[in-house]
Ligand binder design. Sequence first.
Ligand code: SF4
Length: 309
Amino acid sequence: MSDLKYNSYARFLKNKFGCKIKKISIDGGFTCPNKDGTKGKGGCIFCNELSYTPIPSVKDNIVQSIQNQITSDKYRYIAYFQTNTNTYSSKDDLTKKYDSALSASPLIIGLNIGTRCDCFQDYVLDIIAEYAKKTYLTIDIGIESIYDQTLKTINRGHDYNSVVDTLNILNNLKKSRNINFDVCGHIIIGFPWETKNNWILYANEINKLPIDHLKINNLQVVKNTKLAEMYNEKPFNLLSSDEYIEFTANFLSYLSPKIVIQRLTSHCPKDLLLYPKWSISKFNFHEKLYVYMEKNNLFQGSKVEGALR
Ligand code: SF4
C-alpha cells in the first residue's frame, strides 16, 4: 500500500489474476424499480443513466457490446452490468444475459453486477451462488448514504437499514453455500446538507459493513436530473477539488485497510456534467492526493486503531 497510500483495486486485480484487468461496461437492457413505480418514480435525484451507459449502447446485443470494447488480448476483462438495476428481472432473463456476457470472449474472467439492496429475491440469491462458482463475481450495491434523511431527500426509495440487512444476507450466503464473491458498496460524498464530520463518520460506519470493496463518488450535478433542477433554482455548495482531496485523504485514514478502493471520484462524461467542473478530468487527482497524504503522514487505516497494513 505504501506506493499509493491506499488499497487499490488495480493492484488487487493484478495480484489476483497476474495481469492487467479492464472493466467493460454493459447496458443489459434492464430498468429500475425506483423509476418504473414499483419502489418509486423519477429515480434518484442525481441519476441520469446516460452518464454511466457505454457509448454506443448496444443493449440488445450484449456479446457485440463486449466484443466492441475489447481492445487487446494482452488484457483480461470483467463484464460490468452497470446501467440501471441489473438483478431486476426474471430468473430466465438474468441468466440469459449473464451467460451472454461470459460467452462473449474467452478473455472475460468475471462478472460485475450493479444493483440496489431491494432487488435480491430468493432466486437472485440462487443465481449469485451459481455464478460465484463459475466466475469471479462482484456485486455492486448502492449505499449512497448512511443517513436516512439524505436517502429520503435523494428519493432513493429505501433506508440505510435495508442496505445493512441485504449486505448481511449476502455475507450469510457466502458462508451457508461455502462460496466466495466480492461485494462493493457505493457512497456519494458532498451532499450540501452534510458536514465534513458527517463524512468522517461514514468511514467508521463503512468499516462495520460486510463489504470487500468501496467506490467513493463526489457529488456531481448531471444534466437532465432533478438535482440539476434544484441547483438551477437555488445553487448550493459543491466541494472544490482541494476540499475533496482533503476529505478523501482523511476519510481513507479512518477506513479499514482491508477494504479495496475501486474508485475515488465520479466519472460522468464531459458533455453531461454541469458541476463541479474540476471533476471533468481526473486531472492529477491521484498525484495531489498522494502529496497531501504524504505531507500529513496519512494512509488508508492510519487512524484506525489496531489496523494492520
Ligand atoms: S441511481 Fe440506480 S437506483 Fe437510483 S434511479 Fe438510477 S438506476 Fe435506479
